[in-house]
Write a protein that binds this ligand. Structure first.
Ligand code: NAD
Ligand code: MG
Length: 385
């Protein structure tokens, strides 16, 4: 029996993770489930899985959670400190699937607890990559990537020495506006942006996929997770989302991981690792798929890619500023306070207007994150005015 904790259990990744573990009740036992304030879903999941502990990050939702779980053996708690305590509770396997840099504290807490920590929540890795890696080294925790591209690379790298790797190639679907003109993109609504052609995901990452900032964040994520510099990581648009990423070796070999575009595949890989487990999806039908297309990303319509590459190259506080400004801009777009093309513009403005020294510990990262959010919120106002 493997003990598991899910941070962000009510979201898209959390729900996919629960689906897999509930199919094999003899194999997994749930320690803790956390959510922001989605009491109904959290309580239902805790009841179904007999979770030991259910936690809401938003303390004002605690009484509703206690009521929803009255009469069960599940303990309840509220507040961000309680989420971190749950993360530290020593499950053998923890899914980090909170959205945004809000997941930084809980992810670090899970790493402190040792065990296997699976990273879906990419934003903390972008903002505080070195700190997270150092924490994992100190505690002996094993980090496994759930993001489909990074999981694909992890699978392709199995057993190979880093010296033999020439290049990593991240594939990108191109999102819903891959072939739209700039004029068309200027009028995009939140509803259009969250309707991804290949993947079903939370609102924030869906918008990131549409601007391709998601691929920019993933570029930084890959440079953190794998012993390869940013210059050796390429991005290729692949509209079918069947090839999830590739590794190119010095001898010219290229290995790819191919499969259905369903996050349960990479999550299952991390759940069973180093073994394998079955998933309920139909395997990819290669005959039906017929062809695999690849094209270069368009830097003019998708400036987020350049912004992310520059932030990675410059290092220091730049990735944290990029991420914080993007979180603010995406939220403003979802609330119809700015246009779709303004998301990348707000990120660029924020990077231009704020250039602090490199943050060396978590508190310093959080300070940069907070100030970048303040600057980005001003830039949103400038654009609305
Ligand atoms: P989501 O919005 O569907 O779910 C987010 C979860 O985090 C929910 O359980 C929510 O209650 C919780 N949460 C939100 N704000 C919180 C806060 N301030 N404090 C504590 N908990 C909070 O998001 P998602 O699509 O599941 O994505 C989660 C993470 O995984 C993101 O970082 C995303 O980039 C990454 N990811 C997602 C996918 C995908 O297919 N959805 C794929 C790869 C990576
Ligand atoms: Mg991805």
């Amino acid at each position: 029996m493997r003990t598991v904790t899910i941070l962000g259990a009510t979201g898209s990744i959390g729900t996919s993770t629960l689906d897999l573990i509930e199919r094999e009740p003899d194999r997994f036992r749930v320690v803790a489930l956390t959510a922001n304030c989605d009491v109904v879903r959290l309580a239902e999941a805790a009841r179904r899985t007999n979770a030991e502990l259910a936690v809401v990050a938003d303390e004002s939702c605690l009484s509703a959670l206690a009521e929803a779980l009255a009469g069960t053996a599940t303990r309840v708690a509220g507040g961000m400190a309680a989420v971190c305590d749950a993360a530290r509770s020593g499950a053998e396997w923890t899914m980090s699937a909170i959205v945004g840099c809000a997941g930084l504290g809980p992810t670090l807490a899970a790493i402190e607890g040792g065990g296997t920590v699976v990273i879906a929540n990419k934003e903390p890795l972008v903002s505080a990559g070195e700190i997270i890696l150092a924490a994992a080294k100190a505690s002996g925790a094993t980090l496994l990537p759930a993001d489909s591209e990074h999981n694909a690379i992890f699978q392709c790298l199995a057993g190979d020495r880093p010296a033999g790797v020439r290049r990593l190639i991240l594939t990108a679907s191109g999102g819903p506006f891959r072939s739209w003109s700039l004029e068309q993109m200027a009028g995009v609504t939140p509803e259009q942006a969250v309707a991804h052609p290949n993947w079903s995901m939370g609102a924030k990452i869906s918008v990131d996929s549409a601007t391709m900032m998601n691929k920019g964040l993933e570029l930084i994520e890959a440079a953190r997770l794998f012993p390869v510099s940013g210059n050796a990581i390429d991005i290729v648009v692949h509209p079918q989302s069947a090839v999830h990423s590739l590794v190119e070796y010095v001898d010219g070999s290229m290995l790819a991981q191919i499969g259905p575009s369903d996050m349960r595949v990479p999550i299952a890989h991390t759940l069973a690792w180093p073994d394998r487990m079955a998933t309920p999806m139909a395997p990819l039908d290669l005959i039906k798929l017929g062809r695999l297309d690849f094209e270069a990303p368009d830097p003019v319509r998708f400036p987020a890619l350049r912004l992310a590459r520059e932030a990675l190259g410059a290092g220091g506080a730049r990735p944290a500023i990029l991420n914080a400004a993007n979180e603010v801009a995406v939220e403003a777009f979802l609330k119809r306070r700015c246009g779709f093309l303004e998301i990348a513009a707000i990120v660029a403005d924020t990077l231009e207007g704020y250039d602090p020294p490199a943050p060396l510990d978590v508190d310093a990262v959080l300070a940069v994150d907070g100030e970048a959010r303040r600057v980005a919120a001003e830039r949103v106002k400038d654009r609305v005015a």
